[in-house]
Ligand binder design. Structure first.
Ligand SMILES: NC(=O)c1ccc[n+]([C@@H]2O[C@H](COP(=O)([O-])OP(=O)(O)OC[C@H]3O[C@@H](n4cnc5c(N)ncnc54)[C@H](O)[C@@H]3O)[C@@H](O)[C@H]2O)c1
Length: 580
């Protein structure tokens, strides 16, 4: 049996004379992608397994007031469930069942992890039971994932990692080449490591097309962009449906995961699948809508922890899809129909965008009164137990929040002239995105020095800083930088994650030396919330190199009082600026 990844390196190990306290602290440490949490293995000097300590054992010891300065050998479980390294996948289930039955202290649902050992009983790995069952073939499928972008690739890698044999499909030669080279076009912590493991062990292969009917599950994760005039581009979904129809066979499960308008799965996706394959949905093959709700930068973690929404064409379709997703995450939320699942996804993102829209509209109103909008929101939330107001921001960017509310808006139906709150929220966020430009224009006019004489430094160009990403799609910071590049004397950009190379196609110059760039700039615009902005020493550098300056602190990351003490400084943030 092949083990998961770095094997014993992923596991917390301690010697039998380590104290319980030391062992618990080691278990709580974070290290490396793929770390096995919730268990420590007690080993001798030769790495032979002597026992284990699980989170449950720690809880029980605590409840019994056991002294945590005692050696861990006092409370470790000395007969853990173990699996020989070379066990045949088809024998794994039988082997485990027999062992669990022979240990009267255990029931099946109490075993979360299995220790894998070599012939001499030395630790090889610790494997999550769900992963193990998936790998034993009892829960694994041949899955095709269509679209290997920000969403499809982490999904394909995760599905391979839990034991499915995955065929990743993308029509873009560049995307396929990047994946083959292991150099991803985007930043997702842990993804590169996991990708190399599942490619190496053959669980994930990359294709332009699937030509044989060898997959029984098909998942569509292609992009669904929306144009500036609000038209939803469903060509990726249509292309994927045509492709699937060529290899679709009886018993297959087809799932749409891309964000689409309500009704798209039934009215266009299924219709096309049926027309092209001559099979009947719900009878010959199963269909479900299972939306993606992970956040970029935490996708691998959230794929395994977020509840998965599932809506089926029929009750059988729903159950098929729910069983499939239970190999990935513990909580499945079944909804009544395909349309309900489509709507849940739109509701989540539209509500999120709208809540930011409120905070951002408030910031624009604060501007009329020269009020620091962050201070207003903080005061409103202080100790108040109802409905927290989010922090304002210079707009809301990114791939999803800029389009999903518009997809929601269009779900109102063709010919309907009324606009939804989704649409109006977008408009409020667009107004907030224009605010940094208003600030610098106002400052330059108030000093009677034209924009064309200013050096400007933009800090943070990815569409968000936390969780960090290098995604600049629909970034409001990028839009500002592109405008400024054509309006001011010189513009430089710095980002903690986005590389200078990624900015070349946009004609933007990266500030390699951030402190030198700070010292030189007349206006410094902090445009996303990456935590690194707090530690690059903005106030110190500006204090050492005094001159008349503007600092626009778009996410309130700096100390306003400290900055305002520096002679010549104009400090601005959302709301607090243009009326001075
Ligand atoms: N990015 C996010 O954070 C996020 C979060 C939740 C949901 N979503 C949704 O997930 C979907 C995918 O988003 P993304 O950010 O991964 O997009 P993306 O543009 O990064 O990736 C889409 C990929 O699909 C490929 N593709 C297009 N048509 C294809 C076809 N017919 N067959 C195979 N491949 C095809 C493209 O070449 C591209 O590589 C969208 O509907 C999006 O709204 C995205």
């Amino acid at each position: 049996m092949a083990t998961n990844s770095g094997g014993a390196d992923r596991v917390t190990t301690v010697s039998p004379d380590s104290t319980i306290d030391f062992t618990v602290r080691r278990m709580a440490e974070k290290h490396g992608a793929g770390k096995v949490y919730g268990i420590a293995v007690v080993v001798d000097d030769d790495a032979r397994v002597l026992g284990i300590l699980t989170d449950g054992d720690v809880r029980r010891a605590y409840a019994k007031d056991i002294d945590f300065s005692l050696p861990v050998s006092e409370i470790m479980v000395t007969d853990p469930v173990v699996l020989p390294r070379d066990e045949e996948p088809r024998n794994i289930l039988g082997h485990l069942t027999r062992q669990i039955a022979s240990k009267s202290r255990l029931t099946t649902n109490m075993v979360g992890h299995v220790v894998v050992v070599d012939d001499a009983g030395r630790l090889e790995d610790v494997i999550d039971v769900v992963d193990l069952l998936a790998r034993s073939g009892t829960m694994s499928d041949n899955v095709a994932v269509y679209g290997l972008g920000f969403i499809g690739l982490p999904l394909a890698v995760t599905l391979s990692n839990v034991g499915h044999r995955v065929y990743g499909v993308d029509i873009s030669a560049r995307v396929r080449a990047d994946i083959a080279a292991g150099s991803l076009g985007f930043h997702e912590p842990g993804l590169e490591d996991m990708l190399s493991i599942v490619v190496e062990n053959g669980m994930l292969t990359i294709h332009e097309r699937i030509t044989e009917p060898n997959c029984n599950v098909h998942i569509v994760a292609v992009g669904t962009p929306v144009s500036a005039d609000g038209v939803i581009d469903e060509r990726g979904v249509i292309g994927a449906a045509e492709h699937i129809a060529e290899v679709l066979k009886r018993g297959d499960l087809v799932q749409l995961r891309s964000t689409v308008p309500v009704g798209c799965t039934r009215q266009r996706f299924i219709r096309l699948l049926e027309q092209r394959s001559r099979l009947t949905a719900g009878v010959d093959f199963f269909v479900a809508f299972a939306p993606e709700r992970t956040v970029e930068g935490e996708a691998l973690k959230e794929l395994r922890s977020l509840p998965q929404i599932v809506g089926g064409l029929s009750a059988r379709c729903l159950e098929k899809a729910a069983t499939f997703w239970s190999t990935v995450t513990n909580t499945i939320v079944r909804v009544d129909s395909l349309e309900a699942a489509e709507m849940v996804k739109l509701a989540n993102n539209t509500f999120r965008d709208l809540s930011f829209a409120f905070a951002n509209e408030l910031a624009v109103l604060c501007d009329k009164h020269n009020l620091d909008a962050f201070a207003v929101v903080e005061a409103a939330n202080e100790g108040y137990p109802r409905d927290r107001i989010p922090k304002p921001s210079p707009g809301v960017g990114g791939y999803c929040l800029t389009k999903d509310p518009l997809i929601y808006d269009r779900s109102i139906g063709d010919g309907e002239t009324q606009r939804t709150l989704g649409y109006h929220g977008r408009a409020a966020n667009e107004r907030a995105a224009a605010y940094p430009r208003k600030v610098i224009e106002h400052w330059s006019a108030s000093r009677e020095s034209p924009l064309t004489e200013l050096s400007v430094l933009c800090i943070g160009v990815a569409f968000k800083g936390y969780p960090e990403t290098n995604d600049i799609r629909n970034s409001t910071a990028l839009s500002f930088a592109l405008w400024a590049a054509g309006a001011v004397l010189s513009l430089r950009v710095w980002d903690a994650v986005v590389s200078g190379e990624a900015l070349v196609p946009h004609g933007l110059e990266f500030a390699e030396d951030i402190r030198a760039a700070l010292a030189q700039a007349d206006a410094i615009m902090l445009l996303n919330n990456h935590p690194a902005h707090k530690i690059i020493g903005v106030p110190r550098v500006l204090n050492e190199h005094r001159k008349p300056r503007l600092v626009f602190d778009g996410w309130h990351q700096l100390d306003r009082t400290e900055l305002e003490r520096i002679p010549g400084m104009t400090y601005a943030t959302m709301g607090y600026s243009t009326r001075r």
